[in-house]
Design a protein around this ligand. Structure first.
Ligand code: AKB
Length: 318
């Protein structure tokens, strides 16, 4: 059997940077090729290659050079940023997906494609949103994820590509910063709290959204990819749930540790996006097929976030 050799696109991003580290620990630093359109801010152990995910020739060259067996395709334009230039977001998200799907087909690679709760829209049932339901998204990012899921299933059915996917909710972690998403506030708020600053929230106090702690998100991704193929019954994308909370609820949880923390609400264009997304997600297929089970809730996540961010800022200021 070929040794696992992994290529990650968007490896400098919020999820990509943490996933790269975790995979390197599991399979060896040199077995994981981190790629991104920009150089990383900090050098990490293991190979890094510049790759614009739109450049199929360079992708092909790296796959051959490193004898890649698996791709995690994390490069994408997210929901809020995508609305600033919808055509460009569509082009980047779709063309880069075609590049990795084609590479997976011709080299028989395993492929991970991140979908999102953004596939749902205004007329989707909001509470406990089911796996199979109405998907009429309101953002170009959401449209690209619905189309992407369908293309993944197509490549699986037509060409036998082993492509797997989850619909990520908002991801919260202390290790990295998100960029261009609607759920980004839920990371920023912890940083401001630890720095002793007030937080201006671009969503209203009661906007409840599905969220997932980074540790759970990374574990879900790897567990899905490592599950036996016959257990994978969904080749579009799995619903995935961790917790749900609103800005008001997370602020109250933070105030248990930092009583003088303050939050002000100034909803902007992202409010409309958030209002079109589910409040909570029903993820029984992921639980049944590959034993998904989240470990963190709002309370345990908040305690871990605050502890780790305090350490991080202490080290930086030391
Ligand atoms: C975003 O807010 O755009 C992302 C997502 C939910 O996919 N975090």
């Amino acid at each position: 059997m070929n040794q696992t050799r992994i290529l990650i696109t968007g490896a400098n991003g919020q999820i990509g940077s943490v996933l790269t580290q975790e995979l390197r620990q599991r399979v060896g630093a040199n077995q994981v090729i981190a790629t991104d359109i920009r150089d990383p801010e900090q050098k990490t152990e293991g190979p890094f290659e510049r790759l614009d995910a739109l450049d199929s020739e360079r992708l092909e060259q790296l796959i051959r050079q490193y004898e890649i067996t698996t791709i995690y395709h994390l490069a994408a334009i997210l929901s809020a940023k995508g609305e600033q230039n919808p055509r460009q977001a569509w082009q980047i998200n779709m063309e880069s997906l075609f590049n990795v799907l084609e590479a997976a087909r011709s080299h028989q690679l395993q492929l991970f494609f991140p979908s999102s709760i953004a596939v749902f829209g205004d007329n989707t049932p909001r509470r406990e949103t089911p796996q199979d339901t109405i998907m009429q998204p309101t953002t170009v990012y959401g449209i690209s994820k619905v189309a992407g899921e369908q293309w993944c299933q197509y490549y699986h059915k037509k060409y036998g590509v082993d492509v797997r996917s989850v619909r990520y909710p908002g991801i919260i972690g202390y290790q990295s910063m998100p960029g261009g998403g609607t759920t980004d506030y839920a990371v920023d708020i912890y940083h401001k709290a630890v720095l002793g600053e007030p937080f201006d929230c671009f969503l209203s106090a009661e906007t409840r959204l599905p969220m997932l702690y980074m540790d759970d998100a990374i574990r879900a991704t790897i567990e899905l990819m490592e599950a036996p193929a016959e257990q994978i019954t969904v080749r579009t994308s799995y619903n995935l749930a961790g917790m749900s909370f609103s800005p008001g609820e997370v602020a109250a949880e933070i105030q248990r540790y930092i009583p003088n923390f303050t939050i002000r609400y100034a909803p902007d264009f992202r409010q409309k996006i958030a209002d079109s997304w589910p409040n909570s997600i029903e993820d029984s297929r992921a639980r049944a097929d590959w034993n998904w089970n989240p470990e963190y809730d709002l309370a345990t996540m908040t305690s871990d976030m605050l502890e780790n961010l305090r350490l991080k800022y202490e080290v930086e200021n030391a």
